[in-house]
Design a protein around this ligand. Sequence first.
Ligand code: ZN
Length: 317
Amino acid sequence: MTEKVYGIHHITAIAGDPQRNIDFYTGVLGLRLVKLTVNFDDPGTYHLYYGDEQGRPGTVLTFFAWSGAGALPGRAGAGQVTAVAFTAPPASLAYWQERLHEHGINTAPPVDRFGEPVLAFRDPDGLGLEIVFTETPARSSPSAGPIPVDHVLRGFHSATLSLSDGEATAAFMRRWLGFTLTGERDGRRRLTTEDDGSGTPVDLVTVPPAPNGCMGPGAVHHIAWRTPDEESQHRLLVELRRHGVEASSVRDRTYFRSIYLREPGGVLFEVATDTPGFAVDEPLERLGRELRLPPWLERQRSDIEQALPPLRLPNNE
Ligand code: ZN
């Protein structure tokens, strides 16, 4: 394989109530709502995108909001991304402990992981979140949100995948996506890809095979890796298929182009292009202020809008 991926592009999880999700990620964590749209495969539900000021790849956490009465909570387990880690400067640990506490969010005592302090907590739906305090180069541009600039979250540090057979997943990621093994400690196997900075780690932990993880609010739906553009994505897809690795055809997600593949442990992987980005259908300074729809859903706009719950948007206040 000559083509590889370059760190995390975005991570998509399931939320329950979309308003509670917006209030937490913009109001408490200080991320910017960079796109308000619907799940293109299920236009009756919101797709909310958060990131830095521009929604740069490597900072983007997105949610499908399953707010219907029938949505059973997700369950973390084998075959899932079970923790999403942001990065913040080392001097920000006390700030974040206090801020989360003030907002009634329980945090576990900080732990050391590969020499860096990690603060773990959960979002309102139970999604596992972490902040890793480290000098890692910032991937994000300063945000105009509620967090003082010295403490603002600076994009993803890493993600944790829980697997019943970490060996098979590690081999798959090294063989087909260009990851290298860069650490092994305390039952954690750390794989890293190159990116614009010092590399994005992904940690694999082994968990009992049962009960398996289950999709629903609080669970991660998929993790997307970066590829520069449609040409590099096409080269990767051709190589995967030539070697018998199943991958979807290219999907147009408006803000990026995507292919999907399932690694042997069951986690859904996406490979998404850095281009064209979130400013393709609204100006950067107005990102996330109104519902955007792809051209093929635009003529159903009034039906779609009527079916969606109304929202109070932070950028419009
Ligand atoms: Zn995705």
